[in-house]
Design a protein around this ligand. Structure first.
Ligand code: ATP
Ligand code: MG
Ligand code: FE
Length: 345
């Protein structure tokens, strides 16, 4: 089954074609990052308009890359939520329009299920069951995964997401949006011993996270440095390093706990922050100590992309799931643990 995947939930237009027999055939992405950078964050109205401009040319591009005609597609999957409603509508309406014209099934998929399954696009995919750490711009969750749609939420952030904390910290450090990769780069030249930031909610049991206090801590530290006339490039790098260490350490402690609590031996990480090199290294060390394994997508598939949506859609479409005729879906808020497995739907 050859499935066209469309992702338009936020500021990336992603399109891909996934073949359930041959794997990923083509994948293309247009990032609006440069456009939104001017405003320091995503402007929803601009995002929707830009998706409208980019989507059809990208679909043409992946068809050419795959050496296929539209008529050779077997189904279409699109991100139905969560995300910005206007942006979601662009993908949803295009997918439904195209599917109707071609007379093929169409399915709206959950964006975080896409992130969660992205490691399965890689050479050695994780087998079920596993613990998943979803760390992105809008989510920080630990999920026990027993199969497609069989998700038990173990813990999540009670305030900011890890990616959001990276983005806000970047702003405070005078770096541009999106901040994660830039904070990570600056942290490389930082001295790890100069500041020690708190590891929120690690001193009590449970698997929830909180990152808003860390953001305040960063702000206070920067203000104190400024008042002392010590806020130079080195100090900024030292703050970036302390912040990154604190986030990585906190995520690592909770992952370790989740593996111990569930007794599972596979850890999957996905979402934009899973591209973080220091986090990957720390988790690799931790799982090795436990005789466990860690899986993550290639950098390109950590952040938003069409391939993960094509894959997630393909698995569900193959099991017979589809949108009701004519019912396009755009759900801005949609908790992942309300999903069910296609067999039980
Ligand atoms: P969601 O998936 O929750 O709706 P999103 O789609 O905006 O949110 P993603 O595209 O998965 O999130 O990830 C983007 C986030 O990842 C941003 O917050 C960005 O700063 C962060 N990020 C990307 N690369 C890195 C990195 N190397 N280190 C830390 N954070 C990173
Ligand atoms: Mg994005
Ligand atoms: Fe995302």
């Amino acid at each position: 089954m050859r499935v066209l995947g469309i992702e338009t939930s936020c500021d990336e237009t992603g399109v891909a074609i996934y073949d359930t027999e041959r794997g990923l055939l083509a994948d293309a992405l247009y990032s609006q990052v440069a456009m939104h950078a001017e405003y320091g964050g995503v402007v929803p109205e601009l995002a929707s308009r830009d998706h409208t401009r980019r989507l059809l040319p990208l679909i043409q591009q992946v068809l050419e890359e795959a050496g296929m005609q539209r008529s050779e597609l077997d189904a279409i999957a699109y991100t139905a939520g969560p995300g910005l409603v206007g942006a979601l509508m662009v993908g949803a309406s295009t997918a439904h329009g195209m599917a109707r014209a071609l007379g093929i099934p169409v399915l709206g998929v959950h964006h975080m299920e896409g992130h969660l399954l992205a490691p399965m696009l890689e050479e050695s995919p994780p087998a079920f069951p596993f613990v998943a750490l979803l760390v992105s711009g809008g989510h920080t969750q630990l999920v026990e995964v027993h199969g497609l749609g069989l998700y038990r939420l173990l813990g999540e952030s009670v305030d900011d997401a890890a990616g959001e904390a990276f983005d806000k910290t970047a702003k405070m450090l005078g770096l541009s949006y999106p901040g994660g990769p830039q904070v990570a780069r600056l942290a490389e030249t930082g001295n790890p011993g100069r500041f020690r930031f708190p590891r929120p909610m690690t001193d009590r049991p449970g698997l929830d996270f909180s990152f808003s206090g860390l953001k305040t801590h960063t702000l206070t530290t920067l203000r104190q440095l400024e008042q002392a006339g010590e806020l130079d490039d080195q100090a900024r790098a030292d703050v970036a390093r302390a912040f990154e260490e604190a986030v990585v350490d906190t995520l690592t402690i909770k992952c370790r706990r989740a593996l111990d609590d569930t007794g599972l031996k596979r850890l999957v990480m996905a979402g934009g922050v899973s591209a973080n090199q220091r986090l990957r290294e720390r988790l690799a060390t931790e799982v090795a100590k436990r005789n466990a394994q860690v899986f993550y997508p290639r950098g390109r598939f950590c952040t938003d992309n069409g391939a993960m949506i094509a894959l997630a859609g393909a698995l569900r479409l193959q099991a017979g799931e589809r949108d009701e005729t004519g019912q396009m879906k755009a759900v801005p808020r949609w908790p992942m643990d309300t999903l069910t497995s296609p067999a039980s739907a």
